[in-house]
Design a binder for this molecule. Structure first.
Ligand code: BV8
Length: 258
């Protein structure tokens, strides 16, 4: 099937969907200038694997180093804006109000693009919390209200309640996902008739299992990715290319003649 006819066919399936889940990964933010986990880390962290840094043990061993890595990523995210892929996904949700975005990303770009219903499986780098969740899970902390000076203080910001460390409100490897988020994402995928998977290698669990939950119940899987992934084998339609180019084409094909 040619790329054009693939796009039209995928658009037809999406237009007819009643219970659509849109699952996204780091690839959907690549065209906003945010490197994916597959991309080599740069700068201070170039000799580290993200999976080694994004763990509670790494934070316990070297809290300031890990805190600074996230501050570096926050600075990158502060410059980032939604790309045409995020915008097309938000517009698609306007056409299909029952469509839910389930994202592995922590950059908040789907919400910035106008997506209303977004499940953040791995938390958000726009939030911080007490490492010990001393006031309950999560104990969110606004670091801008703290008298903490990164230039002179040697650790991460101190929790104003217990004096422990403040950390990003993201899910690290070997941490469980936010209970409500994973349960709702699982229920939605179990009931989905179509799952649109965009920009994920399908490696990180349990997020990567969600399309399989849907496929086992005969949902149609559509994948957008410039490379093959762990999901491609179950994709009924694999649209090869960057989401910032493919998704606007899919949206245009969906709305043609409306
Ligand atoms: C847990 C937040 C219970 C932090 C992240 C079962 C089997 C095997 C292993 C496990 C398993 N269950 C649990 C594990 C362990 C682990 C895991 O999955 N390990 C992997 C590496 C094998 N999982 C966990 O620990 C999870 N917790 O299961 O709790 C538990 C408790 C204790 C002990 C055991 C289990 C927690 C996982 C969450 C980790 N946190 N993020 C942070 O960001 O710093 S995950 C992180 O990785 C990001 O969220 C990121 O999204 C994700 C990487 O995945 P992708 O999003 O897919 O990104 P990736 O770079 O891989 O791929 C990008 C894709 O984009 C590529 O395909 C590329 O081709 C494509 N692309 C590129 N450009 C574009 C594009 N696509 C479209 N357009 C483009 N322009």
């Amino acid at each position: 099937m040619s790329d054009d006819s693939l796009i039209r066919e995928a658009a037809r399936v999406l237009r007819g969907s009643q219970r659509l889940v849109i699952l996204t990964g780091a690839g959907v933010s690549k065209e906003s200038g945010i490197p994916t986990f597959r991309d080599a880390l740069e700068g201070l962290w170039e000799n580290y694997d993200a999976q080694q840094l994004a763990t509670p043990d790494a934070f316990r061993r070297n809290p300031r180093f890990v805190w600074d890595w996230y501050q570096h990523r926050r600075e990158m995210m502060a410059e980032a804006r939604p790309n045409p892929g995020h915008e097309a996904i938000a517009a698609l949700q306007n056409h299909l109000p029952q469509a839910v975005v389930v994202t592995q990303n922590i950059d908040g770009l789907h919400q910035m693009a106008g997506s209303q219903d977004v499940i953040e499986l791995h938390g958000s780098l726009r939030r911080n919390k007490c490492f010990d969740n001393c006031q309950g899970n999560p104990t969110l902390i606004n670091i801008h209200t703290l008298a903490w000076n990164p230039a002179t203080d040697d650790g991460p910001p101190p929790c104003p309640h217990c004096g422990g460390w403040v950390r990003p409100d993201v899910v690290w490897f070997h941490e469980t996902l936010p209970p409500g988020a994973l349960e709702r994402a699982h229920l939605l995928c179990a009931a989905a008739d179509v799952v649109l998977v965009i920009g994920t290698s399908g490696v990180v669990q349990p997020a990567a299992n969600l399309p399989f939950v849907a496929a086992r119940r005969n949902a149609t899987i559509i994948e957008v990715n410039p490379e093959l992934s762990q999901i491609t084998a179950i994709a009924r339609y694999y649209l090869p290319g960057p989401s910032g180019e493919i998704m606007p084409q899919v949206l245009a094909a969906m709305t043609d003649g409306e």
